[in-house]
Design a protein around this ligand. Structure first.
Ligand code: FAD
Length: 368
C-alpha cells in the first residue's frame, strides 16, 4: 500500500471537506494546492486588520440545518445579512427588487400600487415569446427596472449586449412586495467570525498540506504517493484538453485601502450603469461589522477569460456542455479517481452546495 490513502488535489472547500471526513474515518490524506494558500476561492487576506475576500465577496447562506451546523462546528458564524444596494446615475436603489426599490423608482407605497405599475409596464410592451435576454427580462419586470438595474450590469457581466444573450440566462426575477432588503431567502446566513480562513483551518486541522505545487508538473510522482486521488482542478486539463478547452468568464479584482473608517456604508454596492467599468464595490469590513480605523474596498471587473486567467464562471452553453459531457464519460470510467468541486464538475456552486456535494461523495465513497 502507498504512503497516503488519498491525494487531494486542491484545498478549496470541496477538497478540504473531503480530506477532513476521510481523516475522521482513519484515512491518511495529503492535500496539494498550486496557490500559496489553502482555501481556494474562499481565502481571505488580512489587510489593516480586515479580512479581505481575495476572490470575490463570499456570503454563506443555506436552508439546510445540517450544513449550517456543520460549518458552525468549525467556526461560529455571525448574523450578517446581505442587503446590497445598486447605484445607477447617482441614485441609490435597494436590492433585491422590493417595496423599497419600487418606492424609490415610482413613489408607490402599497404592494397593490407596485404590482399594478409593473403589470402595466409589462403589458404595454406586448412581448409574446422572448427571443433574447433583454426581451425575457422586459417581459418579466418591465422597462424601468430593466433599464436601471439589470441591463448595464448584465451586459458588463457577460461582455455582450443583452440582445445577443440567450433568454434562458434569466429564468425568473425575484420580486418581493414587502419592505425587506435581505438578498437571500435562506433560513441561515452569515460570515465566519474571524473570516473564512478559520473555517478552512478547522477542516484541515492535522492534515498535511503542501502549497505552491501544481499537480500537473509532477503528475506521475504525485499519483505514486496515494491509492486514490481526489481531483478538484479543471477536468479538461486532467485529460490534457483532448476534447478542447472548457470556457469561462473571468474577473479582475482591484483592492484599495482608504484612510477613512467607512467608505460606502454597506458591504456591497452594485454599479448598474454600462459606462462604469466595474460591476460592484465590496467594502470588506462590513461583513464582520469591523471598527478598524481604515477600510479596504475591492472593485470587481468582469473579464474575458484566457487560459492564463482564473476561471471563475463556467459558460454552460450547448458547446461547453457537450464538451464537458465527453470529459465526464472518461471520468466515470476511472476507478481510483474522485472528481469533485466547481472546476472538475464544470458547474457554478455556492459554498453550501459544494459542502453538500463533498459530504455526499464521502458517503457514497465510504458506502455509508
Ligand atoms: P476552489 O475554491 O476553486 O478550489 C479549487 C482549488 O484547487 C484551488 O485552491 C486551486 O488552486 C486548486 N487547484 C486547481 N488546479 C490545481 C492543480 N493543477 N494543482 C494543485 N492545485 C490545483 N458561494 C457562496 O455560497 N456565496 C457567495 O457569496 C459566493 N460568492 C462567490 C463570488 C465569486 C466571484 C465566485 C467566483 C464564487 C462565489 N461563490 C460563492 C462560490 C464559492 O467560491 C465556491 O462554491 C467554492 O469556493 C468552490 O470550492 P471548490 O473547492 O470547488 O473550488
Amino acid at each position: 500500500s502507498r504512503e497516503y490513502d488519498y491525494l487531494v488535489v486542491g484545498s478549496g472547500l470541496f477538497g478540504s471537506v473531503f480530506a477532513h471526513e476521510a481523516k475522521k474515518r482513519g484515512k491518511k490524506c495529503l492535500i496539494i494546492d498550486k496557490r500559496d494558500h489553502a482555501g481556494g476561492n474562499v481565502y481571505c487576506k488580512e489587510v489593516e486588520g480586515i479580512n479581505v475576500h481575495q476572490y470575490g465577496a463570499h456570503i454563506f447562506h443555506t436552508n439546510d440545518k445540517q450544513i449550517w451546523d456543520y460549518v458552525n462546528s468549525f467556526v461560529e458564524f455571525n448574523r450578517y445579512t446581505n442587503t446590497p444596494v445598486a447605484l445607477y446615475k447617482d441614485k441609490l436603489y435597494n436590492l433585491p427588487f422590493n417595496m423599497n426599490t419600487f418606492y424609490q423608482l415610482w413613489g408607490v407605497k402599497t404592494p397593490q400600487e407596485a404590482k399594478d405599475k409593473i403589470q402595466s409596464q409589462i403589458e404595454a410592451l406586448d412581448i409574446k415569446e422572448p427571443s433574447n435576454l433583454e426581451e425575457q427580462a422586459l417581459s418579466l419586470i418591465g422597462p424601468d427596472i430593466y433599464e436601471k438595474l439589470i441591463k448595464g450590469y448584465t451586459e458588463k457581466q457577460w461582455g455582450r449586449s443583452a440582445t445577443e444573450l440567450p433568454a434562458f440566462i434569466i429564468k425568473r426575477l425575484p420580486v418581493r412586495f414587502t419592505y425587506d432588503n435581505n438578498y437571500f431567502n435562506d433560513k441561515y446566513q452569515g460570515i465566519p467570525i474571524g473570516g473564512y480562513n478559520k473555517l478552512v483551518e478547522g477542516l484541515l486541522k492535522d492534515i498535511e498540506v503542501r502549497l505552491s505545487v501544481d499537480y500537473f508538473e509532477n503528475r506521475e510522482e504525485w499519483n505514486a504517493l496515494a491509492d486514490t486521488i481526489v481531483f478538484t482542478g479543471k477536468i479538461d486539463q486532467y485529460y490534457n484538453y483532448e476534447f478542447g478547452q472548457l470556457e469561462y468568464r473571468s474577473l479582475k479584482f482591484e483592492h484599495e485601502t482608504h484612510d477613512v473608517e467607512n467608505y460606502q456604508g454597506n458591504a456591497v454596492v452594485n454599479y448598474t450603469e454600462r459606462e462604469v467599468p466595474f460591476t460592484r464595490i465590496i467594502e470588506h469590513k462590513h461583513f464582520e461589522f469591523g471598527t478598524q480605523p481604515k477600510t479596504v474596498v475591492t472593485k470587481e471587473y468582469p473579464e474575458e477569460w484566457t487560459s492564463e486567467k482564473e476561471p471563475y464562471y463556467p459558460i454552460n452553453d450547448a458547446k461547453n456542455t457537450s464538451t464537458f459531457k465527453k470529459y465526464q464519460e472518461l471520468a466515470d470510467k476511472e476507478t481510483n479517481v474522485i472528481f469533485g468541486g466547481r472546476l472538475a464538475e464544470y458547474r457554478y456552486y455556492d459554498m453550501h452546495q459544494i459542502i453538500g456535494s463533498a459530504l455526499k461523495q464521502v458517503s457514497v465513497h465510504f458506502q455509508e
